[in-house]
Design a protein around this ligand. Structure first.
Ligand SMILES: Cc1cc2nc3c(=O)[nH]c(=O)nc-3n(C[C@H](O)[C@H](O)[C@H](O)COP(=O)(O)OP(=O)(O)OC[C@H]3O[C@@H](n4cnc5c(N)ncnc54)[C@H](O)[C@@H]3O)c2cc1C
Length: 460
């Protein structure tokens, strides 16, 4: 055990209610696992907080001892900044409570909650707010970077529905932020990630959703990719905003509605989500069947919370992952050609290219309204390289990088910080575009010493 670990345990245990986990102590190895198995970091102490008051002593201890501080929501960020080497990890995995005020349609969410925690609590009352598409993702990291999913076309990004936060600053002070309280800070945290302080509670606006929605998949042969993507981009131009359709190009998983000889072959999958009246759904999706000759489809009414978990089996923790991402205002022919070329040579059975559709409510927010400013983006492309064996690192990372460069000329400016890897620090200023100068100015006021630097860092 390092001196720092022992000192942390000795000094902190009397001052906080949470658990201090140190190497060689029980629970430590499990607590240092995060979603992306490429990250292997060993904090001096992982502190599992149980209340907001646990946080200020941790910040003070790290500063007094010159230690790095990292913050862990649900540990899904690809860059792995939830953990640090030899520093203090503020771990919120024991703070997952979600309280719903049904009358006001508000949710009050602790920073360790996952999407599943939020969805399950809100859906008990037929309510929801837009979040991502994998239920084990953390609300904290997702929200602070932006957040989008099936409900985004209709109700906006997750940050568009964030009403307030409780935070602890770099000075260990408890403050609130909202449109009327520390408004500059509230502007900055809506997209600016964990750069400005530690959020201990999020307050969200909720909307009536489900609890049953209509959703499913239609799967086409890869050979028809050009025609499918062509028809897709035309179709979504005029599709209503409560209908969302994404595109996934990958090798077919063994889905029961697909013929066995299709399993493992390249396919084009259109995941479809409709939150409007069920009677309308069949009419709305009928044209999709004329996009091509499908291998199979599986559609129907189902609980919103079930659909929110539909992709979890493909996105389990423990694999090696490397991502690259671009925003697009439109999908031109050259962009589609590039997507099809690289989807035709996937380097592993788990690699995929997905196109998320976010056209709608997010585009009606002015780009300067908050730190996340990509209000012209209608599609988000993610090159998701995923594999099991470290021997394949070079091949799988190389494929993602090559595709990223090839598709770059067709992308719009900016980038989604939640999809950026640890090596993309030089992309941060570009990611925020014209909002970057204001972010730096706010960083200078709230964290001039860059205590919170394990993130897509806005340098003071
Ligand atoms: C399988 C998978 C599916 C995804 N799907 C989507 C999707 O559909 N839509 C989408 O928008 N994104 C999606 N993402 C990206 C996701 O939004 C980011 O990875 C996000 O950062 C994850 O949040 P987390 O709390 O789990 O991450 P963590 O790794 O725990 O945290 C990420 C960073 O956020 C900061 N942070 C965390 N908690 C706090 C806090 N309480 N206070 C201050 N800073 C904090 C820290 O800087 C930390 O390093 C997905 C990611 C994965 C792995």
């Amino acid at each position: 055990m390092t001196t720092q670990s022992l000192k942390a345990r000795e000094e902190l245990e009397g001052r906080i209610k949470g658990n201090v986990l140190i190497p060689e102590g029980s629970g430590y190895e499990e607590a240092r696992q995060i979603w992306n198995a490429m990250i292997d970091r060993r904090p001096a102490a992982i502190v599992q907080c149980v209340e907001a008051d646990d946080v200020p002593p941790l910040i003070r201890f790290a500063k007094e001892n010159g230690l790095e501080l990292s913050i862990r929501g649900a540990g899904h960020n690809i860059a792995g900044n939830a953990l640090c080497d030899n520093g203090i990890t503020i771990d919120f995995s024991r703070m997952k409570n979600v309280r719903v005020d049904v009358g006001k349609k508000r949710a009050y969410v602790e920073p360790g909650a996952t999407l599943a925690d939020l969805d399950e609590a809100t859906q008990a009352h037929g309510l929801a707010t837009p979040v991502g598409i994998n239920s084990t993702t953390g609300i904290a990291g997702l929200t602070l970077g932006g957040g989008f999913g099936w409900l985004t076309r209709k109700y906006g990004m997750t940050i568009d529905n964030l009403l307030s936060v409780d935070m602890i600053t770099a000075e260990g002070e408890k403050i609130g932020a909202s449109e009327t309280d520390n408004a500059d800070l509230f502007w900055a945290i809506r997209g600016g990630g964990g750069n400005f302080g530690v959020v201990t509670q999020f307050e969200f606006q909720l909307f009536p959703v489900g609890p049953e929605i209509f959703a499913g998949l239609i799967v086409f042969p890869f050979i028809q990719a050009k025609q499918i993507l062509n028809k897709y981009r035309q179709f979504v131009e005029s599709a209503p905003e409560d209908l969302n359709i994404w595109v996934v190009l990958r090798k077919a998983p063994p889905l029961p509605f697909l013929p066995a000889n299709v399993h493992g072959k390249e396919v084009v999958v259109l995941p479809v989500f409709y939150s409007g009246a069920a009677a309308e759904a069949e009419k709305l999706i009928a044209p999709l069947r004329a996009f091509g000759k499908a291998h199979g489809e599986h559609f129907g009414a189902q609980p919103y919370v079930a659909w929110q978990k539909a992709f979890d089996p493909l996105l389990t923790p423990g694999a090696r992952n490397y991502w690259k991402s671009h925003n697009f205002t439109g999908l031109g022919d050259a962009a589609l050609n590039s997507i099809i070329e690289f989807a035709g040579r996937l380097p592993s059975p788990q690699c995929e290219i997905f196109i998320g559709l976010i056209a709608g409510a997010p585009n009606r927010v002015p780009p300067g309204a908050m730190a996340y400013g990509h209000r012209d983006a209608r599609f988000v492309l993610n090159v998701h390289s995923r594999w099991e064996d470290a021997k394949e690192d070079q091949k799988c990372i190389g494929w993602a990088r090559e595709f990223f460069r090839a598709s770059e000329p067709y992308a719009s400016a900016g980038a989604y910080v939640n999809f950026m890897t640890a090596e993309e620090g030089d992309r941060v200023a570009a990611a925020y575009g014209s909002n970057y100068d204001r972010l730096r100015e706010i960083k200078n006021r709230y964290d001039p010493k860059n205590v919170f630097h394990l993130n897509q860092n806005i340098k003071p």
